[in-house]
Design a protein around this ligand. Structure first.
Ligand SMILES: *Cc1c(COP(=O)(O)O)cnc(C)c1O
Length: 426
């Protein structure tokens, strides 16, 4: 069979195939640039693995207390070397990104300290961690106050406002790299560096933490190379490479990681305990694959941006903008389009392709939400996935894709569903 025939067997019509192929042809230069970044990051990871003499023995499982878990120690040193930090905490006991961020905050702040977000409201799950929305066990309950300074209307930093907000209590600054579900632009590593320098000029001993979710390996360098004291993220996003079945990481200064480790386990125990139960191999192999997986996700994001921009929809980022995370948003303006898009992503999945996603009232949201995911790892958003709230502007947010051919197929399938329902014309 030819490629076109394979696509037809899988439900892609010749007209969608031809349209998508034309779009792909125009993306050669973008793809080359992504390949170049992936190559740099692949060498970075390989270098760290060789430097730390990664060996088969590191894949052995530990149980119980997990003393002398050599694989865990090698893994953490490899992360520290890749992120160019003094130390790292990379654990299956860190259950997700929110947990990693909460851990970094709770372990490095003390009662009476203040936390500052100079880039506006953080990711929604952090509202409960901080206590912006009252919640059991929040930082607010421990007497840790919080301030935020919004970005300017043009997306720039409000330097004056930030300067005013920094006071004698300010202990930690949290900077979210990715836009998440907000409409502001994602921050480049260079812009994060600029912000950190500004803050450290005012108060040199303040801890600067970056929520690095969805940003790892998108650029040649990470925020920890431009002054961040801690970078934090989830292993079921970029750095897990699709293989990590759970986990989170914090890379940073010795002191910050020490604080986090004593909080994660216990005072007196710190990094010395925490059995890895055999997941080290997946963590390491996933980290090895991650630069290439992120490359696929980036290609998919730009491919989709160009397809839907061509059809007249607003896409964020737009088809030509530089990329600083793997998330792509498309504003559809109509619920039927959003639903059809998600049906297409689901139908393209390797797992659960036969189910139809339905909007539902998910806890914590103020409208119905539709989600499409057919992943090997439950909830993994480095695998191709999409979701969107059923409210104006009916935007879908999608990300991930372990291989470029699969993301390409997923996007084509989303378009196929939209065309079949007569919701757009090509
Ligand atoms: C995903 C995400 C989080 C939270 O991670 P979970 O693993 O879903 O808990 C925090 N911040 C940003 C920017 C994210 O994208």
């Amino acid at each position: 069979m030819t490629l076109k025939e394979y696509y037809e067997t899988l439900g892609i019509s010749p007209e969608v195939y031809d349209f998508a192929t034309e779009i792909e042809k125009g993306l050669k230069d973008r793809f080359e640039e992504f390949d170049r970044i992936a190559e740099i990051n692949q060498m970075k990871v390989l270098w760290a693995m060789q430097k730390n003499k990664l060996s088969e023995a590191h894949f052995n499982a530990t149980t119980g207390y997990g003393y002398n878990d050599l694989g865990r120690e090698a893994l953490e040193q490899i992360y520290a070397d890749v992120f160019k930090t003094e130390d790292a905490l990379v654990r299956p006991q860190i259950t997700c990104g929110t947990h990693a961020l909460a851990l970094a905050l709770m372990s490095n702040l003390r009662p009476g300290d203040e936390l500052l977000s100079p880039v506006g409201r953080p990711y929604s799950t952090l509202e409960e961690v901080i206590g912006i929305r009252p919640s059991c066990g929040s930082l607010a309950e421990y007497g840790i106050s919080y301030r935020e300074v919004d970005l300017l209307p043009d997306g720039g930093f409000d330097f004056e406002g930030i300067k005013e907000a920094i006071n004698e209590k300010t202990k930690l600054v949290t900077i979210q790299r990715s836009k998440g579900y907000a409409t502001r632009p994602t921050l480049s590593v260079d812009r994060i560096g600029e912000l950190i320098s500004f803050i450290k000029n005012i108060k040199p001993d303040v801890i600067c933490m970056v929520d690095n979710c969805y940003g790892e390996f998108v650029e040649e360098k990470e925020p920890s190379e431009v002054g961040a004291d801690m970078v934090v993220g989830s292993l079921i996003k970029n750095p897990g490479g699709g293989l990590a079945p759970i986990g989170g990481y914090i890379c940073g200064t010795k002191k910050c990681i020490e604080n986090a480790a004593y909080r994660l386990t216990s005072p007196g125990l710190g990094k010395e305990v925490g059995a890895s139960l055999g997941v080290n191999e997946k963590f390491l192999q996933g980290f090895f694959l991650a630069p290439n997986v992120v490359n696929s996700a980036l290609k998919g994001a730009v491919f989709a941006a160009n397809i839907y921009e061509k059809l007249g929809f607003k896409v964020i980022p737009n088809g030509t903008e530089s990329r600083h995370d793997i998330i792509q948003a498309v504003e559809f303006g109509k619920p039927e389009l959003l639903i059809a898009f998600c049906e297409g992503i689901q139908a393209a999945a390797p797992v659960d392709s036969y189910v139809k996603p339905e909007p539902w009232a998910m806890p914590g949201y103020d409208s119905d939400v539709i989600m499409a995911a057919g992943a090997f790892v439950s909830g993994s958003s480095i695998e191709l996935s999409a979701d969107g709230p059923l409210k104006e502007p009916y935007a879908v947010y999608f990300q991930g894709g372990l291989t470029w051919p699969h993301v390409k197929f997923g996007i084509m399938m989303s378009l196929q569903k939209i065309i079949e329902k007569g919701l757009a014309k090509i």
